[in-house]
Structure formats: structure tokens, C-alpha cells
Design a binder for this molecule. Sequence first.
Ligand code: 5RP
Length: 223
Amino acid sequence: MNPKQLAAEKAVSFLENGMTIGLGTGSTAYWAIEKIGEKVKNENWKIRAIATSIRSEEHARSLGIPIFDFSTISTIDVTIDGADEVDAQLQLIKGGGGALLREKIVASNSNQMIVVADESKWVKTLGSFPLPVEVVHFGWQRTFEKLQLLGCETKRRMQENEPYITDNGNYIVDCSFNEITDPPALHEAVNAITGVVDNGLFIRIASKLVLGFNNGETRVISR
Ligand code: 5RP
């Protein structure tokens, strides 16, 4: 089994029938959705789910997982989602798949966020992976300049030669800092720029990490 699937299936073992579950986005969260689909189909699980992207919602629906409107749900028990980087304090960089805003809204309204990742995502210091920042269209060039003043190189994300557009209708700018020495301070500084909707740093949100290793082992780390 590949390490992403291993981590995702281990994380699903922490879920229970009857829960309200947040469904992440990406190639690791994919396996969690698959496993949850199996529980619904084969073990008759009655759950309620909220998806963090249109992609994950369609995947879940195709497996018969009931998707609920956020307005009908006040608390999410557990969200399982991937990460682009994770450090020992369970601080994350997310948004490689462009879903950071919905992912953060869902995770911060969850009693628990379980991060699932293969061993390549575990880092000593965040920042090798460019930080995704969601930015509104209006005045985006000026917003990019303000982001550059924080010490990064900016690149507007593209898809098939067109600017990438998030599920919320915004741009993503990938900000290369190389090393993020103070993630909470950077999180605040980025979000203080007018025109920024949110950024991919997740600080004090993840409660558990399940890492999958190439040798077939998993490791669970709690905050
Ligand atoms: C999407 C994300 C993903 O969770 C992150 O990019 C990890 O993806 P993958 O599991 O495919 O490596 O934040 O916005």
C-alpha cells in the first residue's frame, strides 16, 4: 500500500459511525474519502459530511457519502485532510491543491483535525514549499507587491495557460520564502494585507498527524 493510502486509512480508524466529518482535498485525502465510502457502503455507517472542495464533494457523492450544507451543521467532529508540509508543532503549509480557504474554514470549525501525509511532507522548518495565498482579483498586482515586501518571490498560479481560479473565484499566488522561521507571525503579516483572503499556514489547528512511511509503517503524533 502506498504511504498516502496507509496514513489515510489509519486516520479513518479514528472515526466512528454517527459522526459529522470534514473531507479534505488532495491525493492523500482522496484515500480517506475512499475508505469512508467503504464504511458507508459495507458497514452501513450513518454519517454527515462536509467537503473542502468541489472535487472532494463530487468524489464523496460518487461513493454514496451524504454531503450536507454547511448552514445545517454547527459542529464538525473530525476533519481529515492532507498537507504540503508539516513540522513538529503540527504547523502546516496547505493549499497545493488550491483549496486552502475552504480547508481552513472546515478545519477551524472541527473539534479535531487529523492531518494525513506521507513521510516526504515532514519538515524541520516550513517554507521549502511555496506558501499559497488566496487573493481577490481586484488590484491583485498591488497585493502581490505588498506580499513581496514580506521577503518572498511571488508567482500567480496558472492552469493550462490561464490563471488558476479557486472554488471561491479568487487567484492563488505561490510565495517562495525558502524558510519560514516564525510561522504565526508570517500568518498574521500576510493576512493583514488588504486583498489577501487567507493563506495556507495552519497554526494551532491540527490536533493529530498520521504519517505514512515507504516501509509500510505509520506514526501518529498528537499535539
Ligand atoms: C489542497 C491541500 C492538500 O491537502 C495538500 O496540497 C496535500 O496534497 P496531497 O495529499 O495531494 O499531497 O492543501 O489544497
